[in-house]
Write a protein that binds this ligand. Structure first.
Ligand SMILES: C[S@@+](CC[C@H](N)C(=O)[O-])C[C@H]1O[C@@H](n2cnc3c(N)ncnc32)[C@H](O)[C@@H]1O
Length: 278
């Protein structure tokens, strides 16, 4: 029997699991006295890979800090065969299906607390304020959300018509999972749930050609309540100091028309002045 056959036989009775114990020597010898040591090594190697995947799947769409990974690993109660937090961070890639992103407690917490890290508000020549990255983001990472009061599209349109030109660019129109036209109204710099805090999403500027973010709509259960959430995903790797941009869906250089989003595609109404980066 070669090693592969022996290994396949061993895992029939002793499958590798994240928390399982390596089969003892007697069990390994029973399968193959000749390969018992190699079976031991291979079993532990596969277990390590499984643990790495287990940790990575917990930090699925936001690059974690090493200390955070280390703290989480410590909580698992593993005494041997412990993955290195440094290696996890260096090998980190966005994982998990985009559909399941709002299942992540971390993303839910960031959405609830508006504590998005790695972002900085800055004045951008010719555009007013904008948002830049203070760390690199990998393609596929969740960067932040578009936060504000959720309203019907009609209510948003009314606000849009009754507010000043400076305020009207902060409405994000979308269609929800029940096919209702809705709007995230962020015309006030801070919202009722986060008084005194200016959230990042509303400050992200537009570019049709150089966008590096794409919004995606979710209907998510947060704190037992169904909520509409618009998450911004990096469409490419983003460098430090790079401005974050998404395509508002405006077609013209100066957009004043009415337009409602297709599902999953947001549109901000009213875009005035000289558009940089168009
Ligand atoms: C959602 S706000 C973005 C944040 C805004 N720059 C601010 O200072 O609050 C949308 C408004 O930003 C400005 N803006 C966005 N993208 C722009 C661009 N590419 N060039 C010039 N102005 C832009 C327009 O005034 C637009 O109505």
């Amino acid at each position: 029997m070669d090693l592969q056959e022996a290994y396949d036989k061993l895992i029939e009775t002793h499958p590798v699991t994240v928390d399982g114990d390596v089969p003892d020597k007697a069990a390994r010898r029973k399968v193959s006295p000749e390969h018992q040591q190699s079976l031991y090594n291979r079993w532990l190697k596969v277990k390590m890979r499984l643990r790495m995947q287990h940790v990575l799947s917990h930090f699925c769409r936001r690059l974690p800090k090493e200390e955070r990974v280390s703290a989480w690993i410590n909580k698992q109660g593993w005494r041997t065969n412990i993955p290195s937090a440094g290696r996890i961070v260096s090998e980190w890639k966005p994982s998990a299906s985009v559909d399941g992103v709002m299942d992540s407690k971390r993303i839910q917490r960031l959405t609830r607390n508006q504590n998005w890290k790695g972002l900085l508000t800055k004045n951008i020549d010719g555009k007013g304020k904008g948002v830049v990255a203070t760390r690199t983001f990998q393609a596929g990472e969740v960067v932040c959300d578009y936060h504000g009061q959720i309203a019907t599209a009609q209510a948003g349109k009314n606000i849009h018509q009754s507010t000043s030109a400076e305020e009207t660019g902060y409405m994000f129109f979308y269609t929800n999972s029940r096919q209702q036209n809705m709007c995230i109204d962020a015309h006030s710099p801070s919202c009722e749930c986060h008084p005194g805090k200016e959230t990042f999403g509303r400050l992200i500027n537009h570019s049709h050609k150089k966008f590096n973010l794409k919004p995606r709509y979710y209907s998510a259960e947060i704190d037992g309540q169904e909520k509409d959430v618009i998450l911004f995903f990096a469409t490419k790797n983003i460098d430090v100091n790079e401005e974050l941009l998404f395509d508002y869906g405006v077609q013209k250089k100066s957009f004043r028309g009415e337009s409602f989003a297709q599902p999953l595609v947001g549109k901000c109404l009213s875009f005035q002045g000289q558009d940089k980066d168009i």
